[in-house]
Design a protein around this ligand. Structure first.
Ligand SMILES: [Zn+2]
Ligand SMILES: [Zn+2]
Length: 554
């Protein structure tokens, strides 16, 4: 009686960090939890984002009723434009989450056709056979919820990303009572965030960074640059409050920070004293000790405001000797090289750089719960079945062991993307697999911009749109560009002489307008060349070849 089983099908996020997406199916109704993206690893150079393969959803398009979002981080909403352009279904989310999603859909001109439905913690919504209760959780972002989903076979709770923060800076703490209540009602299956399963104890509150930041702010003698993730609304709020306390005005530099700060202000998460914010253009008019620059780019992203300021190539953000630069964030694995390269540039400008290397005191806290919080949640809910979600395989495995070790859960299921878990009131069994995978997208982010899955379909893509290799010879000792750049094009049917000559000029111009420091930073210069060439080639051929700059050190 396969029809009487609830099916849980992870399409992304179980076995990797990012592109979280989970389908829940009862007979002919499917609800999707989260629609995330993943940022590409280095081996996928030339691709902007990675999203889950949603063949399972498009093959069952008449059954998909809705996408329900837990919170507004990119790894949960970043794939929305791509999924909605394939499959236009209603999207449910909290007010703040939808505000972030709206901006994203607007960018891709999908907003007019999108149906966005607001949910609030504590208020049930019914979608097909599912009744969903959003429950307030705390995280590094605001307005985050877990989802308690009443299904025909029992209640499934998806935690979303969470930690148990009882003194959240926005005054909206983790809702322990609601979870205790769910536990009393009985939970069939718990899907829980595995991110910090390796950490003992409890994760500190978002508020815990305040004392050390306060100290740093009082020691800063000249300009203060503060960088954190643009979605870290609590952190932004604390930094701005401290700036105000220390008599500094605040300039926000960087599009993503600007955007999230504005949304946070609109929705009441950031109440700033009048006159605190100044325009980036006003930075130079202010005495150094009277200004804080809130700047984006904690991960050393080559085109970010902070990376550009670090090589002295930002119009408004000038970093001088004696300035303080605070990176209030973690180093995301894979970004080490780029971050340390940026820090080297900052050190070369004689700025005082404070980043989270373990010696600087508490300047960053994680948004995900540690072992005791995971145990606490299992204890509150006492689920019959348990499934770890959100993590690499090793995190899922550790988390499964942690849950099994508590001897409260009847059965722990270790799932990976594509596995189908069938649940009844009494049983949980894996049964079969669906198609899953990664789809690489070259900016834009809708299905028309799909570069195709590089692993499977790269040949087709290359034969249609081709590949462009700008080759630049840089003298390692002097940092000077030697010889004119070479442009190698393959698989572009219309790769004529004129196009190659034009492309060469574009690269030459990019090199001309770049500073010596930028040229010495291959990550930065490659990204600039890639962007400029992409624009040129799209304009002249309306193609999207794979562009992979090659730097030859001579
Ligand atoms: Zn998150
Ligand atoms: Zn996440």
């Amino acid at each position: 009686m396969a029809q009487d089983k609830l099916r849980l099908i992870p399409l992304g996020g179980l076995g990797e960090f990012g592109m979280n997406c989970m389908a829940l199916r009862w007979q002919d109704d499917i609800v999707v939890i989260d629609a995330g993206l993943m940022f590409p690893e280095e081996e996928l150079l030339g691709v902007d984002i990675v999203v889950p393969d949603i063949s399972y959803l498009t093959e069952n398009r008449d059954k998909v009723r809705a996408i329900v979002l837990t919170h507004g981080h990119e790894d949960h909403i970043g794939g929305l434009p791509w999924i909605l352009s394939e499959l236009n279904v209603p999207v449910y989310g909290t007010e703040f989450t939808l505000a972030l999603a709206e901006g994203k859909l607007d960018e891709h001109r999908l907003l007019d056709d999108a149906e966005l439905i607001e949910i609030t913690p504590g208020a049930r919504v019914t979608i097909g056979p599912f009744t969903i209760l959003p429950v307030r959780v705390t995280h590094s972002l605001v307005d985050c919820v877990a989802l308690a989903i009443q299904t025909p076979v029992g209640m499934v709770v998806h935690t979303g990303d969470f930690k148990i923060d009882l003194s959240s800076p926005d005054g909206r703490p983790f809702d322990l009572h609601a979870f205790a209540e769910l536990g009393k009602q009985g939970v069939l299956c718990l899907l829980q965030d595995s991110t910090n399963v390796d950490r003992r104890g409890y994760t500190p509150s978002e508020r815990a960074v305040r004392p050390r930041l306060d100290e740093i702010f009082s020691q800063a003698k000249k300009k203060l640059f503060f960088s954190c993730f643009s979605s870290s609304i609590h952190r932004i709020r604390i930094a701005m409050e401290l700036a105000h306390d220390h008599g500094r005005k605040v300039a926000v530099v960087g599009r993503s920070l600007d955007n999230s700060t504005e949304i946070a202000q609109d929705l009441g998460y950031l109440e700033l004293p009048a006159g605190l914010l100044i325009n980036p253009g006003q930075i130079r008019e202010m005495p150094d000790h009277k200004v804080m620059v809130m700047i984006s780019g904690t991960q050393g992203e080559p085109m970010s405001a902070l990376s550009r300021a670090a090589v002295n190539n930002h119009k408004h953000a000038k970093i001088d000797a004696g300035d303080t630069v605070v990176l209030s964030s973690r180093v995301i694995p894979g970004n080490e090289k780029a971050i340390y390269r940026m820090i080297d540039h900052l050190e070369r400008r004689d700025a005082r750089v404070i980043h989270d290397d373990g010696t600087q005191g508490l300047i960053h806290v994680s948004g995900h719960g540690s072992q005791e919080e995971l145990r606490l949640m299992i204890n509150l809910l006492r689920p019959k079945f348990f499934v770890p979600v959100h993590g690499d395989y090793r995190h899922l495995k550790r988390h499964a062991e942690l849950a099994a070790g508590m001897e409260l859960v009847e059965k722990v299921m270790l799932l990976e993307d594509g596995d189908v878990l069938e649940l009844t009131r009494e049983s949980a069994e894996k049964n079969g697999k669906v198609t899953v995978g990664r789809v690489c997208i070259d900016s834009g982010g809708t299905s028309t911009d799909v570069v195709e899955d590089l692993v499977i379909k790269d040949r087709r893509h290359l034969s249609e749109d081709g590949i462009v290799l700008p080759v630049i010879a840089i003298n390692k000792r002097t940092g000077r560009v030697e010889n004119a750049p070479e442009i190698v094009m393959r698989g572009m049917a219309i790769a004529e002489e004129g196009l190659i000559a034009g492309a060469r000029q574009v690269v030459e111009r990019t090199l001309e307008v770049s500073s010596a420091e930028e040229k010495a930073d291959y990550g930065v210069i490659k990204e600039k060349i890639r962007n400029d060439l992409k624009r040129y080639i799209q304009k002249n051929t309306s193609r999207r070849p794979l562009i992979m700059p090659v730097i030859l050190e001579i």
